[in-house]
Design a protein around this ligand. Structure first.
Ligand SMILES: *Cc1c(COP(=O)(O)O)cnc(C)c1O
Length: 377
């Protein structure tokens, strides 16, 4: 579908990018599993799964581009494939990059372990002091907001302005917000990455990633991506296209449920602290209100007075599980899961205590979820 960006999100989620079935006039895009296509290609380019140009891959890329107000997109086999392929496209040996300190644990680990092996240097920045960390060889500023697991809010517009002033590229991990709640390209960011394993897939049953950007940057990233080889197969692409048709409905329900649970927790005696950007006392609330017009998201964390492990094992409806963004509400201990690769000192520095509990709020009835938490207390 053309002019997808002029459609509202609800309409774009259903119609943008989906070619349907012109041959048999079916409603739904067929699965095109071919790995061998005529080299006299239909658009002058040979199709091949690893070239990111087969029909199911392109359908997902176009739908996501429409939802993120991006010119183009690339769909990968995981979030990490999307993130690292992009970083290794824009950085070269000798370059320096600035990263927000409060990052997804896997990204943090990848930076520390992979970048130095290729002669790239990095600085982790706490708070909003990105400009102070800029060096002559700096090329990229990378942020993640809301962050995992303490839902820290970084001012996207401010970071984009600093980067423009110093002629740097900007990249954001937009996984936690989802394309429904926050569209960083509108705020001046160059590259948006997603772990599609989370809200984009939305049903805890697939792994994928995506990058959304300008035509020019997507072409550069694709040139490296076809060397690194992290493309997504047709069957999973088809599932992602199906998932995206309900992303707006899912995320809106998750936003509403998370808000209700956050308000309940904030007023409960068993809880010492709640991290949710929708709460007026969250330090990033005002910025979040500006840059997350769709809602504050389905992720929240809280500190419990009692034993976190005992609390989690008493939950009946809410499942203990790593990952996030599914239709079912899940709970984790970040110190034991997403941030286990950090040292205890590194975890303490970003507020990840053993008492911290992270909820990924699903689409169930909010009162049923609150009742489950109450009985576990
Ligand atoms: C899960 C996650 C990733 C990594 O994505 P994979 O699909 O597991 O490779 C990156 N960033 C964030 C914020 C995540 O939650």
């Amino acid at each position: 579908m053309k002019n997808a960006s002029t459609l509202s999100k609800l309409t774009a989620s259903v119609h943008a990018g989906s070619p349907g079935d012109p041959q048999f006039k079916g409603t739904v895009t067929p699965i095109f599993p071919s790995s061998a296509y005529d080299y006299e290609g239909i658009e002058g380019a040979t199709m091949y799964p690893r070239y990111y140009n087969t029909p199911n891959n392109k359908a997902v890329a176009q739908k996501l581009a429409a939802l993120e107000n991006a010119e183009e997109g690339l769909v990968f086999s995981s979030g990490m494939a999307a993130i690292l392929t992009s970083i290794f496209t824009v950085l070269r040996s000798g370059d320096h990059a600035i990263f927000q300190s409060d990052l997804y644990g896997g990204t943090h680990s990848a930076i520390v372990h992979e970048l130095p092996r290729f002669g790239m240097t990095y600085t982790f920045v706490d708070g909003q002091n990105f400009e102070e960390a800029i060096r002559p060889e700096t090329r990229l500023i990378y942020i993640e907001t809301p962050s995992n697991p303490t839902l820290k809010i970084t001012d996207i517009k401010a970071v984009a302005a600093i980067a423009k002033k110093h002629n740097l590229l900007t990249m954001i991990d937009n996984t936690f917000a989802s394309p429904v709640n926050q569209n960083p390209i509108d705020l001046g960011i160059d590259i948006v990455a997603h772990s599609g394993t989370k809200y984009i897939g939305g049903h805890s049953d697939l792994c994928c990633g995506a990058v959304l950007s300008s035509k020019k940057l997507c072409a550069q990233i694709r040139d490296s991506a076809l060397h690194f080889g992290g493309s997504l197969d047709a069957h999973t692409c088809w599932l992602v296209e199906r998932s995206l048709k309900t992303i707006v409905l899912r995320v809106r329900q998750q936003n509403a449920n998370a808000m209700a649970i956050a308000e309940f927790l904030a007023n409960d005696e068993h809880v010492t602290r709640v991290y949710y950007p929708g709460l007026p006392n969250h330090p990033g609330h005002d910025i979040a209100k500006e840059q997350m017009p769709g809602g504050f998201g389905g992720m929240l964390s809280f500190e419990l007075k009692g034993d976190a492990h005992v609390f989690m094992s008493r939950l009946r409806l809410i499942k203990r599980a790593i990952s996030l963004g599914g239709v079912e509400t899940t709970v984790t201990s970040p110190a034991k899961t997403s941030h286990v690769k950090m040292t205890a000192a590194e975890r303490a520095a970003i507020g990840v205590s053993d008492q911290l509990i992270r909820l990924s709020v699903g689409i169930e009835d909010a009162q049923d979820l609150i009742n489950d938490i109450k009985q576990a207390f």
